[in-house]
Design a protein around this ligand. Structure first.
Ligand code: SF4
Length: 353
């Protein structure tokens, strides 16, 4: 059994058992530079995520995700607490975006997912952040929740590549993506770091207010595996680094061990060694902390879902890992105790943005 200890309690541990150009997307055939000048990367009837809420973001209207015309970046900095071949020792070059299409009630990054915390950034700014993170020694560029800013992120990759960016691009997503979005990412994204949150659609409705999470996440995951293939690695400045592939993250939630088992079994049986599972126990009841501080949204959430104030017992997490072992899930990532601490949630103070 591999172990990870003080790499950082938020980090995923080692295995417990054993672009140069954009695809044909929103930019069409126009040059990147022209698109920047026109500033027209926002859709007039947004369908960038499966909600397809139709917001006219080009005119400044905000969608169900909260995003409008402006890209907001909450943090651009090295991050040590992703899975080992994503963070390595030197850190992943994370760019955290504000807003989120899913906006789960228990969100661990609620202050940016539900709020509008962040600094405005245009495509050249994003490209500059990518290059700056490479200069700082990042193993990759890691776009965190980029779904609602996908055209901007892809355009930034294209511009940064033209200026010499050589790092792999990681698309760090809730999993609630459209198949078209994954196709549009062709040649821009190397690694998918994607959640698979629920096997039961009723949980998606209860906590994330979408009735179709498992169906959409499965379609998207199929497309991701087709797009980037089985995991590959290189050695980057003495660190193992994932250069292509898919990591599927699943966070065990309080009271839902059975659903977590269904997720693990489904992902294992459908994809086998084509993906690496990351089974996470860092659930932190931040919604309870927010409710105690007087946050009205958090109070409404807890009144409807009081179980979200609880932590996940260690025994339940152990049972899930044992279940994965019995299934024969290869080389999955797991977390040691102490991952569920609010102090390991990054500060979203606009660092690097
Ligand atoms: S990304 Fe946001 S604005 Fe676009 S469809 Fe989804 S929720 Fe609506």
């Amino acid at each position: 059994m591999g172990s990870f200890d003080d790499a950082g309690p938020g980090a995923c541990v080692g295995a417990r058992s054993a672009a140069a150009a954009l695809g044909d997307d929103t930019l069409g055939a126009r040059s990147v530079a022209a698109a920047f000048d026109e500033g027209d990367l926002n859709p007039s009837a947004c369908d960038l995520c499966p909600r397809a809420c139709g917001a006219n973001r080009a005119a400044g209207e905000r969608g169900a995700c909260g995003a409008g015309a402006e890209v907001l970046v909450a943090r651009a900095a090295l991050h040590l607490w992703e899975e080992p071949p994503i963070s390595g020792d030197d850190g992943s070059g994370t760019i955290f975006f504000a807003h989120c299409p899913l906006r789960c009630d228990y969100c661990q990054n609620a202050m940016i997912a539900h709020g509008a915390l962040g600094a405005p950034a245009r495509v050249p700014d994003l490209a500059a952040m990518c290059l700056d993170l490479e200069q700082q020694g990042a193993l990759n560029v890691n776009f965190v929740t980029p779904t609602h800013y996908a055209p901007h992120a892809r355009a930034a990759v294209r511009l940064a590549r033209a200026r010499g960016l050589a790092l792999p691009i990681v698309w760090n997503t809730s999993g609630y993506e459209t198949v078209r979005a994954i196709r549009d990412n062709a040649n821009a994204v190397d690694v998918y770091l994607t959640d698979f949150k629920y096997a039961d659609a009723a949980l998606g409705a209860r906590y994330s207010h979408v009735p179709d999470y498992p169906a959409r996440a499965t379609e998207a995951l199929d497309a991701m595996v087709r797009a980037v293939g089985a995991p590959t690695y290189d050695e980057y400045r003495g660190q193992e680094r994932m250069t292509r592939g898919v990591v599927v993250r699943h966070l065990i939630l309080p009271g839902h061990l059975d659903d977590s088992k269904r997720v693990v079994q489904t992902v294992h049986e459908r994809y086998g060694a084509d993906v690496r599972l990351s089974i996470m126990n860092q659930y932190t009841p931040v919604v309870a902390t927010a409710a105690q501080a007087g946050d009205a949204r958090a109070r409404r959430v807890l009144a409807r879902c009081p179980e979200l104030a609880c932590r996940v017992p260690d025994e339940e997490y152990e049972e899930l890992l044992d279940f994965a072992d019995v299934l024969g899930v290869p080389d999955y990532f797991w977390q040691e105790g102490g991952a569920c601490e609010e102090s390991f949630i990054p500060e979203f103070s606009g660092t690097g943005a």
